[in-house]
Design a protein around this ligand. Sequence first.
Ligand SMILES: [Zn+2]
Length: 346
Amino acid sequence: MAVKETMTPRERVLAALAGKPVDRPPIANPTNVMTVELMDLVDAPFPDANRDPEMNARLAATGYTELGFDSITPYFTIIQESSALGCEMQWEQKDNWPTVRMTRPIWNGPDDIHLPKGFLQHQDTRAIVDSIRILKRDYGRDVAIIGKTMGPWTLAYHVFGVEKFLLMSIDDPAKTMKCLEKLKEISVVFGIAQIEAGADALTFPDHATGDLVSGEYYRKFLQDIHVEMVGRLPVPLILHICGNTLDRMGYISHTGMAAFHFDSRNDPQKAMDAVGGRIRLVGNINNPVTLYSKGPETVREEVYRALEAGVQLIAPECAIPLRTKLENLLEIPAAVKDWAAERMGN
Ligand SMILES: [Zn+2]
């Protein structure tokens, strides 16, 4: 028995993000689901697929055409803006993530922060914006195109270095705040460019992660900025923060963000209780153990656990390991559809 589908994937994702009824829960990954196998399939390997719009769109589309997810997410990494800002990059090979070399920060304090001339013309910002335009043209009627713009906390790690920025946040909270206030303008510029190119929603990663900072830090430095972002980026925003985040989900649920993309270290039922229906949840299938090293049966169990708790959009918890097995990714939509057929009475 299959669930009767009455919505397009795009309608389904946008309805779920808005807290409206759906024919079945969408599978909508806010971060990367590309793998080496998919790169080989469409001849669009890393690192080039991050830098060339045609290749980027070709690879991103496989999230829909091959995996059967309801969304397409063309921004695979977290480094595109930082490269355009002038950070030193390590581009790596097909099976490894490109990274910012944080040992050589480009800026020292708030006075250094500025938007370089030609920021949106840089190869690595343009690759994403142009790819969104291609994907919108080819799939935009049916599939949700989810862009991504990095929040000021993540940008701060890249331009100042993680350690230096975290020390600044302890030593000089006012200076830290000034940095975030200036960096958030970069988040807005890149976000607006993607919305204008056709993005239906934006992921907003801001890595004030559970292992590095507290929930109180989130409230003090980021909550108001996130409220402001909701007003300035006129599409549904999906906040992404990794790690154990139960201590800040209450604050997050009051930002007006459409959804929060959460980590498997948080029990889905406890997470649902913490956000109290004020915000939707996306997640939270475990990457390093379940998707990377277990089989479809374990994937199915986790999908069911999230759905039973009421998680509205199903996805891996974060960007998946590039060697994740295809059969495990394919099990996610299969399990969601079976659950819907059993529980939604179609
Ligand atoms: Zn993450």
